[in-house]
Write a protein that binds this ligand. Structure first.
Ligand code: AHR
Length: 669
């Protein structure tokens, strides 16, 4: 038996050695700027804060009387650190805590707020000194959007509905009077509201059909006040609970903004700082599973929402290890090492690459809990290696994804293979390209040849996060042990950058250059103001392929309006022509329709807003050169309401309707 174990161990080490002795392989990635289409929502870089351990108390909140520098009780060092990584959104108050939280206990004078027992997280007394006002103050200090999760598990419809009213209404009512008495005149206007948390588990042990019924009922009492439009986020699946996604999308897909997904890199048999070559790879292998989960849940969502208007919100992700020895097991406090930097880099690359479906995410959790970006101890604060990854990757926020096709070496590990590299790339509003790359290997530097299409490289600069030690961490005694450094390991030519990626590293490259995406050649002399249209009648549930159909009529219109004689119901329109673009840059388009619609720019789909629905806005971004670009809008109306509207936002300008002056068609003569 002992012999067999030794033999297996020897074989395993051979497998690892074989990759260490192998020649440095060249990996290749192609980045085609002309294919850049989807915006990476800044909200992918979100955070999660729960009343758990020392995330809120000691982490964000120290109280006004604390000696630790604070503004109205909120730690200044932590706020400043969150600002530096441009934290865009913060989820609160849980987690499991959310389904036991009664918001009314957390408002009014602190001395009169009742206490409760935090049954999920150690049975500690929660004195409610951090409540709605404090959380919204925290978000304002950070400059991020709040995301509030309501209590569906043990609360009432009235309670959740009144929370929205308290936070969002400027009407005169007993609830808003109470808010004013508590020191806040104007509503805050919170957009993101979660309808429960993990309702299949700690949030009520429900089945998906039952959850959908209950959540639809709760959701219908979350009202819009003033101009604020609530974005409801339904409880989604964990891991591979595909049936949950299927049922909830079928029942609620039409009435939610987002569906959550919780997936942790589950390693609670080891401590965060126990890093061996073997558990390094098994941790990263588990992390890489995120890609498959997103793809499969998204494919199910596509059945009900092919236009991808419902966001997949990965609002709990990160590595979950055994707690640090000597700490309260219910407080989920863990250190954070270089391995976690890789976990973060891989996850964020995956989210970027799926940004047409993943529109928000939140690492669990911001401070002192699980894979934190910040650790505190009294007045001391440490920024973890995960923090540095958020810092390196913040350049992707609201940039446009450049799809990458990566051919990479693979690493043989026990039980399979994993890719050696993980990559994502985007172009920002100033035309700079950012490429973030993780080298997963513990033993081998990797060469990556980045080939750029439609972009001529002028300059490259780089930053790197790595260390000689796989388990390197930042401690209160040695807070800057693992920190971002300048990186120059690349060679540049006009359309290629050859990078040598040190083993176990995260690298971010910034490139300046010239976009070679061409505006189509158009015979301007033949252009006239307006659009051509083709008119159809029929009964559709989804956009048909109008090009395969004979129109009932055709002609020209001044802009995107229904031509004269359009029926009230059950018709389709296909508009075509050119849009004049005044300057090179990234343009956001917003297509609102009742029912389905599609926008194409230069014959590529830019927005799909398909299906039967009320007026729903879907946006898309395209990098355009100055000049004339082909534009196409197809649309169908079925049953009830009707409407079609196209707006755009040019770089540095306000969002505005696409005006008649910008639209042209090619006259025959
Ligand atoms: O993040 C810790 C816990 O993990 C959350 O409270 C819960 O939603 C999840 O199970």
């Amino acid at each position: 038996m002992k012999k067999t174990i030794l033999c297996i161990a020897w074989l395993f080490s051979l497998v690892l050695c074989s990759s260490s002795n192998a020649q440095v392989t060249t990996n290749e990635v192609t980045l085609d700027l002309s294919k850049a289409k989807y915006k990476i929502s800044r909200n992918i870089y979100g955070h999660f804060s729960e009343h758990l351990g020392h995330c809120i108390y000691g982490g964000f909140w120290v109280g006004e009387d604390s000696k630790i520098p604070n503004v109205r009780g909120i730690r200044t060092d932590v706020v400043d650190a969150m600002k530096r990584i441009k934290a865009p959104v913060l989820r609160w108050p849980g987690g499991c805590f959310a389904d036991e939280y009664h918001w009314k206990d957390g408002i009014g004078p602190r001395s009169t707020r009742p206490s409760m027992v935090n049954t999920n997280w150690g049975g500690v007394t929660e004195d409610n000194s951090f409540g709605t006002h404090e959380f919204l103050d925290l978000c304002q200090q950070i400059g991020c959007e709040p995301f509030i999760t309501g209590n569906l598990g043990s609360g009432t419809v009235q309670e959740m509905s009144q929370w929205v009213e308290y936070v969002n209404s400027d009407n005169i009512s007993p609830i808003t009077e109470q808010r004013k008495k508590n020191g806040r005149d104007k509503s805050w206007g919170v957009t993101f509201w979660g309808i429960g948390n993990e309702s299949w588990g700690c949030g009520g042990d429900m089945k998906p059909d039952y959850y959908s019924d209950v959540a639809l009922r709760y959701g219908s009492f979350l009202k819009n006040y003033g101009s604020n439009r609530i974005k409801k986020i339904a409880v989604g699946p964990h891991d591979d609970y595909y049936d949950w996604t299927n049922v909830v999308m079928r029942q609620m897909g039409n009435s939610i903004w987002g569906l959550s997904l919780h997936y942790y890199t589950w390693c609670n048999d080891i401590h965060a700082t126990d890093v061996t070559e073997k558990n390094w790879y098994s941790t990263l292998q588990k992390t890489l599973r995120m890609e498959e989960l997103i793809e499969r849940h998204s494919a199910i969502m596509d059945q009900y929402d092919p236009g991808k208007s419902v966001a997949l919100v990965v609002d709990e992700w990160g590595a979950w290890y055994a707690v640090e020895p000597g700490t309260n097991p219910a407080f989920l406090f863990q250190q954070n090492t270089l391995r976690d930097a890789l976990v973060a880099g891989i996850n964020l690359n995956i989210f970027n690459n799926h940004c047409n479906r993943v529109k928000m995410a939140a690492v669990a959790q911001a401070v002192n809990v699980l894979q934190s970006v910040i650790l505190t101890d009294g007045d001391k604060m440490v920024l973890t290696p995960t923090y540095d990854v958020f810092d390196m990757y913040k350049v992707h926020q609201d940039a446009v994804l450049i799809p990458t096709s990566l051919h990479t070496d693979s690493i043989s590990i026990q039980g399979g293979k994993i890719p050696a590299l993980s990559v994502s790339s985007s172009i920002d509003k100033d035309g700079k390209i950012h490429v973030t790359i993780c080298n997963l290997s513990t033993i081998k530097d990797e060469m990556l040849s980045c080939g750029f299409k439609s972009f001529a490289v002028q300059s490259v600069s780089g930053r790197i996060l790595t260390s000689d030690q796989l388990n390197a961490d930042n401690t209160f005694e040695n807070p800057d042990n693992v920190r971002i450094k300048a990186f120059g390991g690349f060679k540049t030519s006009a359309h290629t950058v050859e990078v040598t990626l040190p083993k176990h590293s995260v690298v971010a490259l910034e490139l300046t250059g010239i976009s070679e995406v061409k505006a189509p050649i158009v015979d301007v002399a033949k252009l006239k103001h307006g659009l051509v249209f083709k008119y159809y009648e029929g009964n559709w549930q989804r956009l048909p392929d109008f090009s395969e159909m004979k129109p009932l009529r055709s002609g020209t219109v001044t802009s995107l309006v229904y031509p004269e004689g359009t029926a009230e119901l059950n018709f389709g329109l296909a508009f075509g022509g050119y849009i004049k673009i005044e300057a090179d840059g990234m343009y956001d388009f917003f297509l609102t329709s009742d029912d389905g619609s599609r926008l194409t720019i230069d014959n590529e789909e830019a927005i799909l807003n398909d299906g039967l629905h009320a007026m729903v806005e879907v946006s898309g971004s395209v990098f355009l050169k100055k000049g004339y670009h082909a534009i196409g809008v197809s649309f169908f109306q079925a049953g009830g309401g009707s409407g079609l509207k196209l707006m755009m936002q040019a770089p540095g300008k306000e969002k505005m309707p696409v005006s008649d002056e910008m639209l042209f068609y090619q006259a025959e003569k």
